[in-house]
Ligand binder design. Structure first.
Ligand SMILES: [Zn+2]
Length: 273
């Protein structure tokens, strides 16, 4: 599953390839992926320039002038750039034809990805972006913010940090790494931590995500970003997927448990309950 650092990597890659290119036509081969009327959707894209690609949470925002095209990759979404005459892959569901003879192709084996248009004047104040919490790399996210968000949760800290209404863009890999960095057991109650723990979580989440973004995200399981660019953060993992390895901090063997159904890796010594 692409998480925030991987989506950031996709964004950067697409920007180098698509900035200022004009969309001449759009073919939709799987209509349920588009959240609105297809003819309207096509009309809003045809003839428009991709000025820039931005990111909010795990949404890619294609700046088309007066509108953003919001694209969410969900489980398996990927973008590819291919010549117009390259044969279609059966998993390519949306094809954007570009003025220069290339095509941008949205590829999604599971078909969970979504695309929708939003007016630039209002996109932040309407769903889905209005529902997103702040990102850990947002400079205003600190211990006070996290403590406030966790005040009324009785859930485990691991589960709470995965909740996109609390922090946006922190997925399974990065929550495990954040809690190891913060020396907090994943099954501590989210509302019962010490005041200083919230500050450490804020600092660790930022540190982990910034490092992951710097390294282009992680290439784990089937995920590589568009155009075959692979992240290198998987080489920096301290606990995630490290079961039976020695903790790099203290040498204890890393354990794997389930926390509300999610595979969770932690060091029983560094993250003592
Ligand atoms: Zn340890």
């Amino acid at each position: 599953v692409p998480e925030l650092p991987e989506v950031e990597t996709v964004k950067r890659t697409l920007n180098t390839l698509l900035k200022d290119k004009v969309i001449t036509d759009v073919t939709i081969r799987y209509a349920p992926m588009i959240a609105e009327d297809i003819n309207h959707f096509k009309a809003m894209l045809k003839g428009h320039t991709i000025h820039e690609i931005k990111r909010t949470g795990k949404y890619l925002l294609f700046d088309l002038g007066e509108h953003y095209l919001l694209s969410h990759l969900r489980m398996e979404g990927k973008y590819f750039i291919k010549p117009t005459n390259a044969p279609f892959d059966k998993h390519e569901h949306v094809i954007f034809y570009l003025e220069d003879g290339e095509t941008l192709r949205y590829h999604d084996v599971r078909k969970f990805g979504t695309m929708t248009l939003r007016d630039k004047a209002t996109y932040k104040s309407v769903p889905p972006l209005s529902l997103l919490a702040k990102e850990p790399i947002d400079p205003t996210v600190d211990g006070t913010y996290i403590k406030h968000k966790l005040n009324n949760t009785q859930r485990y800290i691991k589960t709470a940090l995965l909740d996109q209404h609390i922090l946006s863009g922190l997925g399974n890999i990065y929550v495990d790494e954040t809690l190891h960095c913060a020396s907090i057991h994943p099954m501590r109650r989210g509302d019962m931590l010490k005041k200083n723990d919230y500050e450490i979580i804020a600092q660790c989440a930022r540190k982990v995500l910034e490092k992951a973004i710097e390294l282009g995200g992680s290439s784990i399981r089937s995920y590589t970003d568009s155009l075959g660019v692979s992240g290198r953060f998987q080489n920096e993992l301290n606990v995630h997927l490290q079961k039976d390895q020695s903790c790099k901090t203290c040498g204890t063997i890393i354990e794997k448990i389930k926390v509300n159904g999610r595979g969770t890796y932690y060091c029983p010594t560094c993250q003592n309950r």
